[in-house]
Ligand binder design. Structure first.
Ligand code: ASP
Ligand code: MG
Length: 453
């Protein structure tokens, strides 16, 4: 069995949904099809919620546009008979959504919990439309199957419970095609509607593929495959035929928008291949992601993750070093901060790179942890530098191309760009460094040229 995930652009228009129908109906089955909200709808659901929060009825026009888009799409892809049956289901979901907006507008208040409920309607409705469009398909309610728990103020998948529920619901294979919404879930303790984070439909599909031991996870999108760089920045970027789980994970963690990063781990763990395919060009071979590296490319790609922050703990190198480092990691992990990179000791400071949003909480956690050392001047201070980008060059063959680092370094100097901090020790398959955010695109372009010509 296979798991196929179709992203927002794939389910975004009547024409693209026609392609989805052809692709899915061509399968021998059984398969689980995971869908995103119609392209752009999640953003619209959020923007309309913010508008409703301002009070009054000015949000109503945007809400009506959301309703019209769903009805028009359903009417465009379903037979007259199927539309007649489905229309009341869609209308009922939209009525509930309208009630939520009304409540937000009356209270002029929008909690995270309400917003999570509002955004869930994108996938709740798109999955109904797709399930009715495909012959021999059955709809499954993902919030009853995908469960989250609270962790440092975030919702994260409860992988164990979700695994059990996926097996119970999809494991019997008593369907030809199962269709469910990606992204959406429920809290295991209070049953609130939650989600797996923006872009999370990929992750839903990966959890299902891993639990069912699928033969393949297919991610259907709007590009021909994984590319060596973002083609909007690098015109000469190439589609890769193959890459490894580790390469895709590193590139996605550092800014490649192809797959939501948490997606890769569950399937990697079970060694289930991922294929990146183009709904608009289904005959293209796509990119196959497995655990084997069989090519000779010096690197697989160059990416930049914008909005990073660098934290320097000054004076940390003087005292008992490993103890300070352990305490840094522990304090950050208690705060739920994910460390993206560790930079080598420069002078007497030790530096880390985190997501921009984590910068201030991370500094506060470190200032708390080291309050005694800071007041006795054993540590000089915790410094935060924002608006940076982490550039990553990734490839299994970097292990065998020791001079590539030098080539990359030279290309950066030649372009007059500046590396603020370089990472070390993280991985043999990645060279990464931090630049000013305004230099990110130029650095990606220069480094791509140096590697691929
Ligand atoms: N619809 C959600 C989003 O736009 C999830 C997804 O498409 O993966 O973030
Ligand atoms: Mg996506």
């Amino acid at each position: 069995m296979k798991v196929l995930k179709f992203g927002g652009t794939s389910v975004g228009t009547v024409e693209s949904l026609g392609n989805v129908k052809k692709i899915v109906e061509g399968l021998e089955g059984p398969a689980v099809v995971v869908v995103s909200a119609l392209g752009g709808i999640t953003d619209k659901l959020i923007a309309t919620a913010k508008q409703a929060k301002e009070g009054g009825d000015s949000y109503e026009e945007a809400f009506r546009a959301i309703c019209d888009r769903h009805h028009a799409t359903a009417a465009g892809v379903l037979t007259a008979e199927a539309y007649k049956e489905t229309e009341p289901v869609i209308s009922e979901l939209l009525r509930k959504l309208g009630d939520l907006y009304k409540g937000v507008s009356l209270l002029e208040e929008l909690s995270d919990r309400t917003l999570d409920s509002i955004v869930s309607f994108g996938e709740r409705i798109s999955s109904v439309i797709v399930s009715r469009m495909i012959s021999d398909a059955r709809h499954f309610d993902s919030p009853s199957i995908i469960k989250t728990e609270r962790w440092h103020g975030k919702n994260i998948a409860d992988v164990e419970l979700t695994d059990k529920l996926i097996k119970e619901n999809f494991g019997k294979e008593d369907y030809k095609i199962a269709v469910c919404g990606g992204f959406i879930s429920r809290d295991r303790d209070n049953n609130d509607i939650t989600n797996l984070g923006r872009g999370g439909s990929d992750y839903t599909a990966a959890l299902i593929a891993a639990s069912l031991g699928a033969e393949e996870l297919e991610i259907w999108t709007d590009v021909d495959g994984f590319m060596t760089a973002d083609p909007r920045i690098v015109k000469t970027a190439m589609v890769l035929d193959k890459m490894t789980f580790v390469e895709s994970m590193q590139l996605c963690t550092f800014g490649a928008k192809v797959i939501y990063p948490p997606t890769i781990y569950p399937v990697f763990h079970k060694n289930i291949p991922i294929k990146i395919l183009n709904t608009f060009h289904p005959e293209a071979p796509g990119t196959l992601i497995t655990d084997e590296c069989t090519d000779n490319l010096p690197a697989k790609g160059v990416t930049a993750l914008k909005g990073c922050a660098l934290i320097r703990v000054a004076g940390s190198a003087q005292s008992d070093d490993s103890d300070i480092k352990n305490r840094i990691y522990k304090a950050l992990s208690r705060q739920g901060v994910n460390v993206l990179l560790v930079a080598p000791q420069r002078g007497d400071s030790f530096s880390l790179v985190v997501n921009g949003a984590d910068g201030i909480p991370a500094c506060e956690a470190l200032e708390n942890e080291f309050a005694p050392e800071l007041s006795s001047s054993q540590l000089k201070g915790v410094e935060l530098i924002e608006n940076l980008a982490t550039v990553a060059v990734v490839g299994e063959n970097l292990r065998r191309t020791p001079d590539l680092g030098l080539k990359i370094g030279n290309s950066i100097i030649e372009k007059g760009l500046k590396v603020i901090e370089r990472a070390t020790g993280g991985s043999e398959t990645m060279i990464s460094f931090v630049v000013d955010q305004t230099d990110a695109d130029a650095t990606v372009l220069g480094v791509h040229e140096a590697i691929f010509g």
